[in-house]
Design a protein around this ligand. Structure first.
Ligand code: FAD
Length: 202
């Protein structure tokens, strides 16, 4: 399903990728309600999807509240939001170049774009970061790997610095965004940590 990609704007942290989503998972991205939505759903087999991936500089925190409850916080920076709007406008360029009649940008109140509207209505529009409809497919780095305990949660062998005997071997240990789909790298890290652990237990 990932048939092609564009890495031309990686200096902006952007990676565009064809990622078509099946109906049950992707139909909520369409805009409109009632008869208008039904019309768009009926044309689902005419839909093309471009995923606009951002390797962002924004940061979040995973922590506990005073009452001991889990608290996850994340704030998208203005410059990252601007990069996303730039990427969405370029994705619209691609769709229109391929013959699309309308594009659904997932930006603020803009339900659909007609050819040529993406510059003013997406790229240069005054849109707050919270008005972008985003999804996190590749959350990484909540328990970063670092040799220095002050810089990360686990060491190079996956063992937690603060809790001897606790090993972490999933997406959370990657220190930073990979700028590309991470599954193979996560699997390679997990395999390496598992092998180290097996040696220690042998
Ligand atoms: C829709 C979608 C499409 C994606 N497509 C791609 C792609 O094409 N290429 C790519 O490289 N990446 C893709 N990704 C990203 C990739 O799937 C993730 O980065 C990767 O799976 C993360 O691996 P993980 O081992 O950290 O976590 P997961 O794969 O999420 O594994 C966590 C496991 O822990 C289990 N679990 C959770 N809580 C408990 C508990 N309390 N007790 C026991 N088990 C528990 C869960 O059931 C799950 O099996 C996609 C992600 C999404 C959401």
């Amino acid at each position: 399903m990932q048939s092609w990609y564009v890495d031309q704007w990686q200096d902006r942290g952007l990676f565009l990728e064809a990622t078509f989503t099946p109906f049950a998972f992707g139909a909520h991205w369409l805009r409109g309600a009632g008869a208008e939505l039904v019309e768009r759903l009926a044309a689902y087999d005419h839909l093309g999807v471009v995923g606009v991936h951002l390797s962002e500089r924004s940061e979040g925190r995973v922590a506990l509240t005073r009452g001991g409850r889990l608290r996850i916080a994340y704030r998208l920076r203005d410059d990252d939001a601007a990069s996303l709007r730039y990427g969405i406008a370029r994705a619209a360029d691609l769709h229109f170049a391929a013959g699309a009649r309308e594009v659904y940008p997932q930006v603020g109140q803009v339900a659909a774009l007609a050819p040529g509207e993406q510059g003013d209505r997406v790229e240069r529009a005054r849109v707050r970061p919270a008005e972008l409809r985003l999804a996190a497919f590749h959350p990484l780095g909540t328990a970063r790997m670092a040799a220095d305990p002050a810089a990360g949660v686990v060491g190079p062998d996956g063992e937690a610095h603060d809790v001897p005997g606790l090993y972490i071997a999933d997406a959370s240990i990657l220190p930073t965004s990979l700028k590309v789909n991470p599954m193979l790298t996560i699997m390679a890290c997990a395999r390496r940590i598992a092998a180290t652990l097996a040696d220690r237990l042998a």
